[in-house]
Design a protein around this ligand. Structure first.
Ligand code: GUN
Length: 292
């Protein structure tokens, strides 16, 4: 078993991004710039957005965080998005999800200029992804592709089972793993809460991408010997063991599953760190006008 080391790979790619950001600053007189909108005080969202902003500073990007109370109206958010869309010196805009129930996430997502949609959630980017056209890929799937590439994992002709059908991870991941490209060319099965014989299907997988958001969902009896596992789960539980008061668990029962695998990502230290790299890469590509 070998670890797919998100820490090592993310640090390496961030060092490359830092060099390119410095070149961009030299040529344009400004830094690549990511704006984030955060609504309410969900603990997970606060942590993720703080980490995104911190990583921007680390690689020499400018970052702007716009915070709103959970009572903010949809119109207020829409107006802010329109204002940021029009700002020539903002390259990327993300609105952290989930949003409070009175706000329609689809309307918010579609208001973001697709040319600044560095989360890759806008229907134009998702549609272009389906057609294998230049686009911003959703950050987590993009990060997973980078990890597979870095470790030169063979994907062509393999059975890939994606667990979970979210718009953010499972659904785009299933598209990317089946497309005619590397990493890709897999035979993909997307399983979800209504799937029958889920265990049997996962047992056939050469590559498992677990993105269901349930601690220890994937157990050792579901995994064939030598499988490659990417664990997207970031399940937070309160804990007295850590300084933060929280402990993170993946969707995979790492302790019992890892010995059966050929490659596996740890949690933390795996896919989560690569998500941030995906976001930074998209923001840099936007600044450099590489996609649009
Ligand atoms: N919530 C969970 N993951 C993400 C993400 O990648 N981007 C945004 N905007 N919200 C999220």
């Amino acid at each position: 078993m070998q670890l797919l080391d998100g820490k090592l790979v993310s640090e390496k790619i961030k060092a490359e991004i830092e060099i390119e950001a410095a070149e961009f600053l030299n040529q344009s007189g400004r830094k690549p710039h990511l704006a984030a909108i955060l609504v309410g005080n969900d603990g997970g969202s606060e942590t993720y957005v703080a980490s995104k902003m911190k990583n921007c500073e680390k690689v020499g990007f400018k970052s702007s965080l716009y915070r709103y109370d959970s009572s903010v109206t949809e119109e207020e958010l829409i107006n802010k998005i329109i204002e940021i869309n029009a700002d020539a010196e903002t390259d990327g805009l993300i609105v952290q999800l989930p949003l409070p129930k009175h706000i329609d996430p689809d309307r918010i997502t579609e208001t973001i200029d697709h040319k600044k949609d560095v989360d890759g959630f806008h229907p134009i980017n998702l549609g272009r992804m389906l057609r294998n056209l230049p686009c911003f890929l959703p950050a987590t799937p993009y990060g997973i592709l980078m990890l597979l590439k870095e470790y030169k994992i063979e994907t062509s002709g393999k059975n890939c089972v994606v667990i979970g059908r979210s718009n953010i991870v499972g659904s785009p991941m299933s598209v990317l793993m089946s497309r005619n490209d590397y990493p890709g060319n897999c035979t993909v099965t997307l399983v979800h809460s209504k799937t029958q014989n889920l265990k049997k299907i996962v047992q056939e997988a050469d590559i498992i991408i677990a993105a269901i958001g349930k601690k220890n969902f994937v157990t050792a009896d579901m995994v064939k010997d030598g499988a490659v596992i990417l664990d997207v789960g970031i399940n937070r539980e309160t804990s007295t063991e850590t300084k933060s008061g929280f402990k993170l668990y993946g969707d995979v029962d790492f302790e019992h599953v890892a010995p059966k695998t050929s490659f596996i990502t740890p949690v933390p230290g795996g896919v989560g760190l690569m998500t941030i790299v995906g976001l930074l890469k998209n923001t840099l590509a936007s600044a450099k006008k590489e996609i649009y």
